[in-house]
Design a protein around this ligand. Structure first.
Ligand SMILES: Cc1cc2nc3c(=O)[nH]c(=O)nc-3n(C[C@H](O)[C@H](O)[C@H](O)COP(=O)(O)OP(=O)(O)OC[C@H]3O[C@@H](n4cnc5c(N)ncnc54)[C@H](O)[C@@H]3O)c2cc1C
Length: 410
């Protein structure tokens, strides 16, 4: 292997995890070969919440300035009862979030996040993005590895010292790299629709919630999260119900009656919003058992959904992907002579954090879909907790900072 290749990082997947990893390693001088199976980069899904633990890293990587013009800083996260529309809790965001967690809480269209990441990728030397290239083979040797990707007219090969599997919940790197973990259908469907603010659905939303907040409507059969995107000209709606497994990816083939059928007892104004907002597309929520290994001794590391896809009930999957990518680059750069030790140490450092975040999502799921006396206890608990306390409960999550990243960006 020549000198460049012996320092090259090969990345499979140019989603949030892969693009952030490319930036974090390129900032440290590593040449990058990035394979993306899609012929063009298209962001799957519509909106995304980016909490301060993620935007802090995006700021350090030079992405935040490019994202801010298109993003919205919501004023609060608000929980409402879907039956009565009554406000149950409010966590102030906006300036308060920035002061408390030293980075903004943002909501954005996924395409805007991807455009900001890509603009920064274009600025940095040393990142070669190959689109239409699906990772199809991995061979390891004592001093480096070779990754093969299928392209339209054949194959392309890349050599490197580290392969990062950032290829999402249905990762090919997992199988090709000899990992035992597999994705599993969680039994839940995510439903999404984007509505223009000046449409009937947009007006229906404005009639029942503040349009500059992230609002979650709670109900035993579903919950619905709504927030502004595209500078407030549109709203992203995401609802979650139980359901049968459907084709992987966002599809229009699930029957929206599953969603409306789950809304028994919901306030008519919220039902109207859901009816006006169609067509809804559905996504089968798959998870990956995060207790399985994420690294191999011969230089393969899984990050983001490929390693530990979680249910989206803490809105942290992309944030964890961003944290994974930035911290992995920090660990590898800090131990240039010991890749094996570096990626093993990275995995050990990340595990407790990712496990705690996944648990938070599971608790949210239980609390948000609570019924009867449990829902009453939840509402009472929330009513007694001040906004300040609710914000303080999130310090461990949103205030997280990595020592190595901080020292690399004094
Ligand atoms: C409804 C919903 C709402 C969510 N909301 C939030 C939120 O508000 N905030 C948040 O932080 N997270 C949220 N998440 C989670 C978040 O979307 C994911 O955790 C995040 O996108 C994972 O990023 P990733 O880069 O690991 O994977 P992906 O985004 O899936 O990217 C993987 C990339 O790899 C490519 N690829 C796949 N196979 C190959 C191959 N063989 N070769 C080359 N390329 C390949 C794919 O084309 C894709 O570009 C939500 C998830 C859902 C379902």
């Amino acid at each position: 292997m020549n000198d460049t290749r012996s320092r090259q990082v090969v990345i499979a997947g140019a989603g949030v995890a892969g693009l952030t990893a490319a930036l974090a390693f390129a900032e440290r001088g590593y040449p990058i070969k990035l394979f993306e199976q899609a012929p063009r980069l298209e962001a799957a899904g519509a909106g995304i919440q980016l909490s301060p633990n993620a935007t802090r890293i995006l700021g350090q990587l030079g992405v935040l300035d490019r994202l801010l013009p298109a993003a919205v800083r919501p004023q609060a996260v608000v929980l409402r009862d879907a039956r009565t529309l009554r406000e149950l809790a409010r966590v102030p965001l906006g300036e308060m979030a920035e002061k408390r967690w030293q980075a903004p809480y943002l909501v954005a269209h996924r395409a805007d996040l991807q455009a900001a990441l890509m603009a920064r990728v274009a600025d940095l030397p040393g990142i070669e993005l190959v689109t239409g290239a699906r990772l199809s083979g991995v061979a390891t040797a004592p001093h480096g590895l070779t990754a093969t990707a299928e392209i339209a007219d054949g194959t392309v090969v890349a050599e490197g010292f580290l392969l990062i599997g950032a290829d999402g919940v249905w990762s090919a790197t997992r199988a090709l790299g000899g990992f035992s973990s597999r994705s599993r259908f969680s039994g839940e469907l995510a439903w999404r629709a984007t509505v223009r603010a000046d449409s009937a659905a947009g007006k229906a939303f404005a009639a029942i919630a503040a349009t500059d907040c992230v609002t979650t409507f709670l109900h035993p059969g579903f919950h619905l999260v709504a927030y502004p995107v595209s500078k407030g000209t549109a709203f992203n709606l995401a609802a979650f119900t139980k359901g049968e497994s459907i084709a992987e990816g966002w599809s229009g083939n699930a029957d929206a009656k599953i969603l409306t059928g789950a809304m028994r007892g919901t306030a008519p104004a919220l039902v109207r919003l859901v009816e006006e907002a169609g067509p809804w597309t559905a996504w089968p929520i798959h998870t990956v058992d995060q207790r399985q290994p994420w690294t191999t001794p011969d230089g393969i590391a899984l990050i983001g959904d490929a390693a530990h896809a979680m249910t989206p009930f803490a809105a942290q999957g992309a944030a964890m992907a961003i944290e994974d990518a930035a911290t992995l680059a920090g660990f590898v750069a800090a131990s240039p002579a010991d890749l094996r030790g570096a990626i093993a140490a990275w995995e050990s450092a990340r595990r407790p954090r990712v496990a705690k975040v996944a648990r938070r999502g599971a608790v949210n799921r239980l609390a948000w879909h609570a019924a009867g006396p449990v829902a009453m206890a939840r509402n009472l608990f929330l009513a007694m907790r001040s906004s300040e306390k609710l914000a303080a409960d999130l310090d461990w999550l949103y205030g997280w900072q990595d020592v190595q990243i901080e020292s690399a960006n004094p």
